[in-house]
Design a binder for this molecule. Sequence first.
Ligand code: ATR
Length: 274
Amino acid sequence: MTDRYAVVGHPVAHSLSPEIHAAFACQTGQDIEYIRLLAPLDAFDATMARFRAEGGQGVNVTAPFKFAAFRCCEPAASAMDAQAVNTIAFRGGKTLGYNTDGGGLVTDLERNRAFSIRDKRVLVMGAGGATAGIMHPVLQGCPKLLVIANRTLEKAAGLVARFGKIKKFAATAMTAAPYDALGGDKFDLVINATSAGLRDEMPPLPAEVFAAGSLAYDMVYGRQTPFMKFAQSAGVRTSDGLGMLVEQAAEAFFIWRGVRPDTRPVIANLWKPA
Ligand code: ATR
């Protein structure tokens, strides 16, 4: 019988996940069906329970349900660190929660962009769920410095305090900063993990933050955000979040199916010039 999966969100019509998983299934010969599931804002748990009762094997979770998903799962280490879940596997009567977003970002940087985080100065803009999801894998990559910039400084400071308590990261230089304190610093990698680009807005970033040869990475995909235009006009290499999207999906596919798909042809097929 065909195994069933879904992406759950609100809204969810825009999600590329069904196309991505269909491509993975075709490539690896796996017999799966993958649908979009619109959950009412106040009924994530009920939507999950129904899908599971109807034979669902797992789901991807998108905005705004990643924290709700965390609360209803047994979290794996990746989800525990992020306190958010983007992948659920229904297995042996259990609801297992994972977070593959950060792993997807680092894999995209390293494999598809030939960019290693090791010993680099990294700036992450934003301190919401998207940033929480990438913190552990980024720190695992051993940056020389990690700065989290946010309008609401307490949120950035909270993340820095939480991840600074993890023993293996205690020696990594990590700070929280307001945007207007960034003027003097140069970064090799600047990641936009804010939701500003979705509204065609731009965090108040000084142009001097880009070091020579740096990479500007926007986790948003499928549109040319003000941040990407800003970085391009500063002469900086840019990347949108399409590769991250496909890589996090590949990690979810591996969790569910035990098979690792080749992501490159899938990224190439989905890529469109913005
Ligand atoms: P997500 O789950 O996508 O991270 P979120 O938890 O609502 O969404 O967080 C959104 C992040 O984008 C926050 O860090 C927010 O900054 P504040 O905490 O100061 O609100 C940031 N953000 C949204 N719009 C922004 C803008 N125009 N400029 C700068 N930061 C912005």
